[in-house]
Design a protein around this ligand. Structure first.
Ligand code: GLN
Length: 328
């Protein structure tokens, strides 16, 4: 899988060597993080698991580490659910009326499962990438899909280029430990911002968190968001280009919860993290990246993953604030 092309050599950058150097710096940081126990126990994940996968739009892939171990994608699924909801409601009036009236587009500055703002802000979550907002997105999916869980899994499988599965075991534990998500859903229901029952919405949410993917599959699957909404593997349009760019904007501002400012500052790429320890990042027009290291920092983002993306972005000049030129 790890290949260096003539192009990379022409540019004087050995990307595989860069990945190895990045891993050397990032890996030891994992020791200071904490693994989300139930996910690791169920999936057989180890704190020492580590992977970096950079998949360019043309399919060329640079990667190292535990690329093929599948883990439940947790909050990374929130992006796929948002994309599916956008596909259902359509751009323009649809997305405005059916989505953005019910969920905002502002960073929360609070932990991903916080209830605090919801009470003050009349049950309208700050954005679709915190738990409250993701539950609204699932409610929109229930408005439009006969089988939201199945449609999400189909979308993820198509983008990954392989058949994926949902871990029913992870989904069950997700529901068994959903007191806080249930409280969030009930609070939104009390403000009339939920159309379906709390149980129906939580069922979709628990199952989307339990979709199992590897780092290599995640990098491949997210390329369409770096490619104006078209999956480069199939040339299939997944999302209108305007919406694809806006999803990336929401990832940049909200994808790593109350660390989004620090991620934008130090990495400069749209990112989405999950408590599985994976982070996907978009290098627009170039590549999608997945880093995976299960131990988390106190904000629920992969500790070594954050360090790896920082190093990678600096060494390859990937920041979106730099402009289109980079070493890739
Ligand atoms: N299943 C987790 C939860 O809802 C997902 C959160 C996350 O990955 N940040 O608490």
């Amino acid at each position: 899988m790890t290949t260096t092309t003539a192009d990379d050599v022409d540019q004087g950058v050995d990307i595989d060597q860069v990945l190895a150097d990045v891993a050397d710096v990032a890996r030891p940081c994992a020791e200071d993080g904490e693994v989300k126990a139930y996910i690791a126990d169920l999936a057989g994940m180890e704190p020492g698991n580590f992977a970096i996968c950079v998949t360019e739009l043309d399919g060329e892939t640079h990667a190292m580490g535990d690329l093929d171990i599948r883990f439940s994608i947790q909050s990374i699924s929130k992006v796929l659910a948002l994309v599916l909801a956008m596909r259902k409601v359509g751009e323009g009036v649809g997305v405005q009326e059916q989505l953005w009236r019910r969920v905002g587009r502002e960073p929360s500055g609070d932990p991903f499962n916080s209830l605090v703002q919801l009470e003050r802000e009349q049950g309208v979550p700050r954005n679709p990438l915190i738990n409250a907002g993701a539950l609204i997105v699932d409610d929109v999916l229930l408005d439009h899909c006969a089988d939201p869980k199945g449609e999400l899994l189909t979308l993820a499988s198509e983008l990954a280029g392989e058949e994926l599965t949902i871990s029913e075991e992870v989904a069950r534990v997700e529901e068994d430990t959903s007191a806080r998500n249930r409280a969030i859903a009930n609070l939104m229901l009390s403000f009339d911002n939920l159309h379906h029952t709390v149980d129906e919405v939580l069922d979709v949410y628990a199952h989307q968190c339990a979709i199992e993917m590897s780092a290599a599959q995640l990098a491949r699957a997210f390329r369409f968001l770096a490619n104006d909404g078209v999956d480069p593997a199939t040339d299939r349009r997944i999302l209108h280009p305007d919406l694809a760019r806006r999803v990336a904007a929401i990832m940049l501002t909200c994808g790593t919860y109350d660390a989004a400012g620090e991620f934008a500052y130090s990495i400069g790429l749209p990112c989405k993290s999950g408590v599985c320890g994976a982070i996907v990042a978009l290098a627009p027009k170039q590549a999608a990246i997945c880093v995976w290291s299960p131990p988390l920092d106190d904000k629920g983002n992969s500790l070594a993953g954050r360090v790896a993306l920082h190093e990678l972005s600096d060494r390859l000049d990937l920041s979106v604030f730099k402009g289109p030129e980079s070493a890739l």
